[in-house]
Design a binder for this molecule. Structure first.
Ligand code: F6P
Length: 455
């Protein structure tokens, strides 16, 4: 078996218990097979970018690289998170395009290529992740790297017309042609990519999943919906019920039900709409008032980016308004917490919740939806309320599926979930859990890598 080399912007280095969904997933994938994980160290330094650090944990070797302030601003805060992120989440209105930032993004990708290339062997299989690193394979190829290189986009692939609005879209998008396999979360993402290649990408779609670049060389695209480490999450959740933070939460709620949302503080997650939907629930279902407390955990994310700062202010206002209007001396309907929690503690919170609220306006997959289900107690499970606009909705049909823009619909789904009889909750949970067990993170890694190695 070839050595696996994973490359991503964010790396879950040993001891990092608060990694996001992507890093948690990749760590689980690498634990099974071992290999090298290369990415940003998470540090912004005064020294010029490029210092490397190395550590090993079991079969995984981690190599990470520092970035200096300018590189971090141009590449991460700039082009990745103020240009690509909104574009990929269908938010053309929020796209900020700047040639300097675009060149910073290319400069940092070139630095990744320069530092990574000497670490690679001809027999390696290289798997590059997410929108931060789209041009990396083409830059590795320029340095003579000939091994199999795959790419996986964790976020949505937008419609071709939206991508066309990005200045120099072809330069960026055609760099995907240097991969042997381009993976997406859902079949619709694949279809939107194929439409782009055909309409604006100067390439051809030979057959479903087989594409041809303008120079005639062929590569593949496919859907590989990411899963979670289902068994591990279930076990963590069972064990977490005795953690002090979980016990304290349970005690503070009694006798009320808990509705929980856990999202990075990001405009793609639909948090203002969710808060309004919760208020609509209080208004439309007055008899249920006081039955349920909604806990929204929203750790600050990309806090240096202006759109994220504005969102934080907006959410504080809405939360204050909801509690001001609806709270009673002994009950606060909405608990809004910007703090981050260890992943294992969150699974304990999920397990005690009657409802999981996952209502993004756009999401590649959304692993919180999957983790919420895996963490439940099968004899008394909670109900998942899930946005139709999350990739997870394609697989998780037994959730209560809502459109996050339809506040009445969200409100009624909360009421339905809160009053759902045990037998229906168990039936829905069982079907969701079977699916999560079959398509777990190991299955995702195996399917993707088999397809890459065969490409
Ligand atoms: O899953 C999408 C994603 O952007 C990942 O690439 C990223 O690691 C995660 O969300 C968290 O975002 P960030 O790394 O910017 O904190």
């Amino acid at each position: 078996m070839s050595r696996l080399v994973v490359v991503s912007n964010r790396v879950a280095v040993p001891g990092e218990s608060r990694a996001g969904g992507l890093a948690v997933g990749l760590l689980a994938a690498l634990k099974e097979r071992g290999g090298l994980w290369f990415g940003w160290s998470g540090k912004v330094t005064r020294e010029p970018s490029g210092s490397l650090y190395e550590q090993t944990d079991g079969d995984i070797r981690f190599v990470t690289m520092d970035l200096d302030r300018k590189d971090h601003d141009d590449y991460y805060n700039g082009f990745a998170n103020r240009t690509l992120w909104p574009l990929l989440h269908f938010r053309l209105d929020l796209v900020d395009y700047d040639r300097g930032k675009r060149e910073g993004y290319r400069r940092v990708n070139a630095l990744f290529a320069e530092k990574l290339a000497p670490l690679l062997r001809d027999s390696d299989t290289v798997w590059i992740h997410d929108y931060h690193l789209i041009p990396l394979a083409s830059m590795l190829r320029e340095r003579g790297i000939g091994c199999k290189i795959g790419f996986f986009l964790h976020v949505p692939m937008p419609s071709a017309d939206l991508v066309q609005a990005l200045p120099e879209h072809l330069r960026l998008m055609s760099s995907l042609y240097a991969y042997d396999l381009v993976g997406f979360q859902t079949q619709r993402d694949v279809e939107r990519f194929q439409a782009y290649v055909r309409l604006f990408g100067e390439g051809k779609v030979i057959g479903d999943g087989e594409l041809q670049a303008p120079d005639g060389h062929r590569f593949r695209a496919g859907a590989f919906p990411i899963g979670i480490d289902t068994g591990l999450i279930a076990q963590q959740a069972r064990e977490a019920v005795n953690k002090p933070a979980v016990r304290d939460l349970r005690k503070s709620l009694e006798p009320r039900q808990l509705a929980i949302g856990v999202d990075r503080l990001d405009y793609s997650k639909g948090l203002p709409e969710r808060f309004h939907g919760f208020e609509r629930y209080l208004q439309r279902h007055p008899k249920q008032k006081g039955l349920l407390t909604y806990l929204q955990i929203a750790p600050v994310s990309r806090g240096e980016v202006s759109e994220y700062k504005l969102l934080r202010n907006e959410l504080e206002q809405i939360a204050g308004h909801i509690n001001g209007n609806h709270a009673q001396p002994d009950w606060t309907p909405l608990r809004y917490v910007n703090k981050n929690f260890a992943h294992a503690t969150l699974t304990g919170f999920y397990r005690m919740a009657r409802l999981g609220l996952v209502t993004p306006l756009r999401d590649g997959m959304n692993l919180v939806a999957k983790e919420f289900v895996a963490a439940q107690d099968g004899s008394d499970p909670g109900v998942l309320v899930l946005s139709i606009l999350a990739g997870a909705a394609d697989e998780m049909k037994e959730a209560l599926i809502v459109n996050p823009h339809d506040l009445d619909g969200v409100a009624d789904a909360i009421a339905t979930a809160s009053g759902m009889p045990l037998s229906e909750r168990v039936e829905r949970w069982r079907a969701l859990m079977d699916q999560l067990q079959e398509n777990d993170i190991g299955a995702w890694r195996r399917r993707y890598l088999q397809a890459l190695e065969a490409a």
